[in-house]
Design a protein around this ligand. Structure first.
Ligand code: NDP
Length: 277
């Protein structure tokens, strides 16, 4: 199964489907990531705040898969936003992963109420590109107003914006903003942590195409053009979530899933989230 890629604004290709490891305990992360790599995933999404970067790196090194074939994303810790901390935090990620370089490094949250301005954090992120240890930089959970300032005051356009998106939170305006500015949208919690899977409209499409609800929702994201990385510690689901490239949803089926939007988050609101442990 060949996973399609999305070309980021600096020419770097990212597999459109990856494996997310948020809330996988460090003790379980190596096994789970190895399973995903065995199934064929070649993109892993982690973060310093997940506490499992080292185990992701161990899995990649043990897998026998060429480093160049695996796309690794990590994210700047919320407590490391000060410009003088960014390079140190990145070095910590690099050392924990121990896979030579990071493919994509993101500012995890904008933290608009913090005493450090996210634009200053972003300017320090830009300096990482000169280290040769990161292929692309981007942001996560940035709203249009945050991106407006980054684009106006920064010198590098973020390669990606990783935002919560799923059928109950379709994020049309922010996705359009990203697209208009050459920023790839990554959809986190693509299954809404499982909450959308028993929605009758999703189940009806699943029955019509002979696939599972999770496959329908992931296929919907793929056909929209977003990048996704569902999380599962269940091997059969890891396989199921990967098998989404041999069927298509019709325009009506895409509209049925997208029509479920109710602007409902499963996670925090980026405009007010201020978690800095
Ligand atoms: P997901 O939408 O990926 O849902 C994960 C949940 O769905 C788990 O409970 C999993 O159960 C279950 N599940 C997975 N596959 C299936 C399936 N085929 N059928 C039924 N249930 C299924 O939510 P996440 O919040 O984990 O998001 C995915 C990734 O997004 C994270 O791992 C992380 O990489 C990223 N993320 C980024 C954030 C950010 O701020 N940038 C915030 C949150 C997430 P089980 O594991 O028990 O099988």
């Amino acid at each position: 199964m060949t996973v399609p890629t999305v070309t980021l604004n600096n020419g770097v290709d990212i597999p459109q489907l990856g494996f997310g490891v948020f809330q996988i305990k460090p003790a379980d992360t190596r096994r789970a990531t190895e399973a995903a790599l065995e199934v064929g995933y070649r993109h892993v999404d982690t973060a310093e705040m997940y506490g499992n970067e080292a185990e992701v790196g161990q899995a990649i090194r043990a897998s026998g898969v060429d480093r160049a074939e695996v796309f690794v994303t990590s994210k700047l810790h919320n407590s490391r936003h000060h410009p003088s901390d960014v390079a140190k935090a990145f070095d910590g990620t690099l050392a924990a992963l121990d896979v030579g370089y990071v493919d994509l490094f993101l500012v995890h949250w904008p933290l608009p109420a913090a005493d450090v301005d996210y634009v200053d954090t972003w300017k320090a992120m830009e300096d990482l590109l000169g280290t040769g240890h990161v292929r692309a930089i981007g942001v996560s959970n940035f709203q249009a107003a945050h991106l407006d300032r980054v684009l106006a005051e920064g010198s590098v356009v973020p390669a990606a914006n990783q935002i919560e998106a799923h059928p109950y939170l379709t994020q049309e305006p922010l996705r359009a903003y990203d697209q208009a500015h050459g920023i790839a949208t990554e959809a986190w919690s693509p299954l809404a942590k499982g909450h959308v899977l028993d929605d009758p409209a999703v189940v009806a499409v699943a029955d019509a195409v002979g696939r599972t609800p999770a496959q329908v929702v992931l296929r919907w994201h793929i056909q929209r053009g977003d990048i996704v990385f569902p999380k599962s510690v269940t091997r059969s689901r890891v396989e199921e979530n990967f098998a989404v490239f041999d069927f298509d949803l019709t325009a009506d089926q895409m509209a049925a899933v997208g029509g479920l939007n109710r602007d409902e988050r499963t996670g925090p609101d980026p405009d007010t989230f201020d978690y800095r442990p």
